[in-house]
Design a protein around this ligand. Structure first.
Ligand code: CAA
Length: 259
């Protein structure tokens, strides 16, 4: 859809479902795919009728990493001048609308990093996460040493980054890398239903809540608490706050207008 070669974008009410679709390489994140993903995320951000995004892959692979065939001939100067990988991969981590990764099968290297760039991961029982870059003579280059360490702590991050060991969905949930594990056949439905729920809440409140949680990873506790409190105060300026609290007191369902 939308003229993409390596992606499909579908609407489910207020949710955009972006499906990585490069089956011949297990959704390896070639340059063309990352350009398309950036474009698709720009479009979902700009569309007021979209409240949340789900990013998924196939039953076999969310994404098997950066494209090794494309990387193999590149020199230091090539990757340094192009600022490979950040310049093309940052988009998922800079969306303002919530984005949920629905991961089935392999999420390896850049695929795991892309999933971690989303706000939360819902994993199928079939999901496997790993940072196998060390086996290729390199190291993670899109957050696999940073977001992973923040998500699971030093020891597990070192285990995964230094040994390249893959973990299954059960271990990923136990160590806090994923929010939920669900049967493989329902992972996309579960993610769409979570995204639909989020999209139905007050959009300003949702964006403020996301921005505040993200702040926890960028600043001190005191500054984070201060940021949260200011956002909390700001929420009192919205029509949706009046509606949400009024609906509670009236014992009816709120109808948020995202203002
Ligand atoms: N890049 C390019 N092609 C890839 C690929 C990748 N990352 N992963 C898989 N493919 C291709 C394979 O070459 C193969 O192509 P052909 O059919 O043309 O031979 C096809 O996808 C299917 O893969 P396999 O035959 O290997 O499938 P499998 O089921 O036997 O194994 C796998 C699956 C364990 C995921 C295996 O494909 C694999 O180990 N892939 C590489 C994983 C990896 O190392 N990722 C890290 C990349 S580096 C990185 O991401 C850097 C960063 O930090 C951003």
């Amino acid at each position: 859809s939308d003229g993409y070669e390596h992606l499909r974008v579908e609407r489910h009410g207020p949710v955009a479902l972006i499906t990585l679709d490069r089956p011949k390489a297990l959704n390896a994140l070639c340059d063309a795919l990352t350009v398309e993903l950036t474009h698709a995320l720009d479009a979902t951000e700009a569309d007021d009728s979209i409240g949340a995004v789900v990013l998924t892959g196939s039953a076999k692979a969310f994404a098997a990493g950066a494209d090794i065939a494309e990387m193999q001939p590149k020199s230091f100067t090539d990757v340094y001048l192009a600022d490979f990988i950040t310049s093309s991969w940052e988009r998922a981590s800079t969306t303002r609308k919530p984005i949920i990764a629905a991961v089935a099968g392999y999420a390896l290297g850049g695929g795991a990093e892309l999933a971690m760039s989303c706000d939360m991961i819902i994993a199928a029982e079939s999901a496997k996460f790993g940072q196998p870059e060390i086996t290729l003579g390199i190291l993670p280059g899109a957050g696999g040493t940073q977001r992973l360490a923040r998500a699971v702590g030093k020891s597990k991050a070192m285990d995964m980054v230094l040994t390249g060991r893959m973990i299954d969905a059960e271990e990923a949930e136990r160590i806090g890398l994923v929010a939920r594990v669900v049967p493989s056949s329902s992972v996309i439905d579960e993610a769409i239903s979570a995204a639909t729920k989020i999209a139905g809440f007050s959009r300003p409140a949702v964006l403020m809540a996301k921005e505040s949680v993200d702040r926890a990873f960028e600043t001190t506790l005191a500054e984070g608490m201060r940021f949260e409190r200011r956002m909390f105060h700001a929420a009192f300026a919205t029509e949706d706050k009046t509606e949400g609290m009024g609906a509670f007191l009236d014992k009816r369902k709120p109808s948020f207008n995202h203002r």
